[in-house]
Design a protein around this ligand. Sequence first.
Ligand code: BEZ
Ligand code: MG
Length: 508
Amino acid sequence: MQAQASAVNLAEAEPAWTDPVAEIDRLGAALLELEYALIPNGLHVLGEVPDAAARTEMLDFAGVTEPGERRRLDELLSTDHELPGIIHALDGGFIRPAPGGDLLRTTKVLPTGRNLHGFDPFHLPSRFAVQDGARQADRLLARHAADGGGLPETVAMVLWGTDNLKSEGGPIAQALWLMGVEPQFDSYGRLAGATLVPLETLGRPRVDVVITLSGIFRDLLPLQTKLLAEAALLAASAEEPAERNFIRKHALAFLAEHGGTMDQAALRVFGNADGAYGANVNSLVASGTWNDEDELADAYVSRKGFAYGVSGRPERQSAVLSQVLATVEVTYQNLDSIELGVTTVDHYFDTLGGITRAVRRARGGAAAAVYIGDQTRGDGAVRTLSEQVNLETRTRALNPKWYEGLLKHGYEGVREIEAHVSNTLGWSATTEEVSPWVYQELAQTYVLDEEMRARIAALNPKASAKIVNRLIEATDRNYWSPDPATLDALRAAGEALEDQLEGVEMAA
Ligand code: BEZ
Ligand code: MG
């Protein structure tokens, strides 16, 4: 059993299991997770409705059981509302706002083709998000404790705008609960600042939280940006013992070292300068023009080093940021849709990877644990980044259901596969948490398998060459050390693809 499991990279080949029963239990759970993973089937084509089988599958996964309701939703799914919606909008017509996000979360997203979000900024986070955010934050802490990490003094959290809109502010509420803070609402139910949860109620110390906002979050949620800043200041100012309030502990340490005011020492909400987006870690990785991983940390700090205090105005605050980064033990971001995984787009490693690298540098090389809060279904689950990359690799990149769905789209499908490979390299560069077998199996599936290599090369030679070059880059950067025969085969494939590309370009 151990040999079989290790052949598919689900266990180490040795040493021999000392507790086979526990290991088999663990394997069973790992297999179930793979079996139940939902994966996107190809790309969405505007104006094309899903066929009957796909509709049935979607409604099954959404948990629709009442036949009338099913029929109603099936009707909505089988009629195109998107092209008419766009045409209406282009004609200057009004498009009603509607909830966005996965059908799996709420069938209220149907029909699609409406304005993605109607939200009331005064009611975010919602009451449900506050309760669920506390549960999810506790789940993160429990997982880190189970991994032997104890209670972290500081968690670095990435907040996105769209995620918070789709979940009524779930991730915002998680950040607040880690600090032991709750939002307050006035008699009209409108957001009115933050209040401390008493330590006795919280039952643990207040965890320090350094927050990285996406540019979109900053643009969409100024009230919540201030709420988070106010939460950190409130916690830092509370007259509580430092060992039960890590925000205060770190703020006092900053004041002792640098002087200044509590307003400055308690800055915990960071993002871009006004008008700027992203950490540029993704562009560096895309260009391949970096030598040392610390350059990625530099990019992150230089782009995302602007603090948003209770005034809401961004200001570069390098000293506070580097002091708090040096205390981070956990970095964390939520996933809110099965459409996008951490290896689907480059934005996840750009910011979560970027801050993880910046933490490692601030801690003199000691790595923080990186977790993903999977909020896509059910009660949610916390995975290490490594587990998440493994899961996405197995259920997507190595899964014929996923890649055949993409290859139907031809050129763009191969580009999506290339993106998965490049983003995987981005995670190695920023976190070093990608297992070498991931690269080996990607190489096997897309390059060493000659039939597949010929197929993707015919559809998109440029992206195919990039896949090969990324795999070679991963060996150059020591994220993976294949045997010499594999490396030779990769190099030969790379050269053949480059030749083909030149031929293609000359002919064009
Ligand atoms: C956001 O919603 O904040 C976001 C979405 C996609 C990429 C980056 C950020
Ligand atoms: Mg981009």
